[in-house]
Design a protein around this ligand. Structure first.
Ligand SMILES: Nc1nc2c(ncn2[C@@H]2O[C@H](COP(=O)(O)OP(=O)(O)OP(=O)(O)O)[C@@H](O)[C@H]2O)c(=O)[nH]1
Ligand SMILES: C[S@@+](CC[C@H](N)C(=O)[O-])C[C@H]1O[C@@H](n2cnc3c(N)ncnc32)[C@H](O)[C@@H]1O
Ligand code: SF4
Ligand code: SF4
Length: 325
């Protein structure tokens, strides 16, 4: 097992399979890599199937037990089922998707061995959904969520980014997951560091406070020390799980971060919010991957706030002092 200089064991990897997407969400951080590209644009710069599988085989040698596939929109990759099928035995595989391609493919992904899926859904209203995603595919997303539940890719977590435009829909979304078995909700604090527009942020502590009042019980998840609220449904015979993902300015969140990331081009990076340390994995042979993985884990810093700071306008900028250090 690889352990960084701050005692954090590497237990998971997050692999971006493409930077292409069929949506254009107004807030998108694209895992820290700038704008997404159009869905049909050439994919020459993306890691091939064998590269991704080889990478997973190497991290499994180091005891990594979990992989999250993301993007861009990872379901634009036709070889996703093959990648999942060829992932090392015993590795938990999960996917974060906008859901539009799940109808018709959820079953095949489950058969390939995918364990579960997170689907981004920011509102239960087609107009609000369109305002955020700049897409009219609301119905396809709802069908996608249902297809994932039916295929057994559960729990299906709905990812909702909480910011100015969506904050008013939080209670409705909480009721929705409490009333529907198989669904959970992740409320993701809007991250302005790489997406810009700090004025869109809402105070996530108010959301914590509101959920504390609604919840029967509260747990702390080991990963990122995230808080989970179990909220009863209106009839009192069911409950829903709501997890808050609140990394912004949160040292405790980073102190419990046990993952490294891989970009679609095959660069390793130690942190979502950081792009000054991208490490190419050479020819992506197993020795190259091993070496780069060790270096990436060694170079991790304890908290992203060391290299991202706010300027006088409240915008997030790279800390020159840190880069020079
Ligand atoms: N800053 C930061 N944000 C994260 C991190 N992990 C997740 N997030 C945010 O949460 C979003 C949703 O994460 P998901 O890809 O659905 O998965 P997850 O919540 O990390 O993992 P599971 O809950 O195990 O499914 C990400 O795209 C980020 O915006 C992290 O390590 N650092
Ligand atoms: C970058 S997307 C990639 C996977 C897939 N396309 C999707 O939307 O689920 C991964 C997650 O990041 C979230 N996200 C994107 N930009 C964000 C931001 N600025 N702050 C917080 N979360 C963000 C999205 O809502 C989504 O749940
Ligand atoms: S669907 Fe995902 S990758 Fe695509 S724009 Fe929205 S958040 Fe970004
Ligand atoms: S170090 Fe912090 S900001 Fe960076 S990926 Fe981990 S939790 Fe996110």
């Amino acid at each position: 097992m690889l352990v960084d200089g701050f005692g954090r064991e590497l237990t998971g990897v997050r692999v971006s399979l493409t930077d292409r997407c069929n949506f254009d969400c107004v807030y998108c951080h694209n895992e820290g890599l700038g704008d997404t590209r159009g869905p049909m644009e050439p994919a020459d710069d993306e890691m091939g199937t064998d590269d991704v599988v080889r990478f997973l085989e190497v991290v499994a040698e180091f005891g990594v037990g979990k992989v999250k596939f993301t993007g861009g929109e990872p379901m634009l990759r036709e070889d996703l089922e093959e990648i999942v099928r060829r992932a090392p035995d015993g590795m938990e595989t999960s996917l974060t998707t906008n859901g539009t391609f799940l109808p018709g493919r959820a079953e095949a992904l489950c058969e390939a061995g995918l364990d579960r899926v997170n689907v981004s859904q920011d509102a239960l209203d087609p107009t609000a959904f369109e305002d955020v995603t700049q897409s009219t595919q609301y119905d396809a997303v709802l069908e996608g969520v249902q297809a994932a539940v039916d295929a057994g890719l559960t729990p299906v977590k709905l990812n909702m980014v909480v910011f100015e435009q969506t904050a008013g829909y939080v209670p409705e979304m909480v009721d929705h997951v409490a009333a529907n078995e198989g669904l959970q909700l992740q409320l993701i604090e809007y991250m302005p560091e790489l997406a810009g527009r700090p004025e869109w942020a809402v105070d996530i502590d108010r959301v914590h406070g509101w959920l504390e009042e609604q919840a029967d019980r509260i747990e702390h998840r080991e990963m990122h020390d995230r808080r989970r609220y179990w909220v009863p449904d209106d009839d009192g015979d069911g409950e829903g799980m709501v997890e808050i993902v609140d990394p912004v300015g949160n040292e405790e969140f980073c102190a419990n971060c046990h993952r490294v990331r891989v970009t679609h081009e095959g660069y390793l990076k130690g942190c979502l919010n950081r792009n000054d340390d991208l490490k190419p994995m050479g020819e992506m042979t197993k020795p190259d991957i091993r070496e780069t993985l060790r270096e990436t884990v060694e170079d991790r810093v304890p908290y992203y706030g060391e290299y991202m700071i706010r300027d006088d306008d409240g915008d997030w900028v790279i800390n020159e002092e840190y880069i020079g250090a």
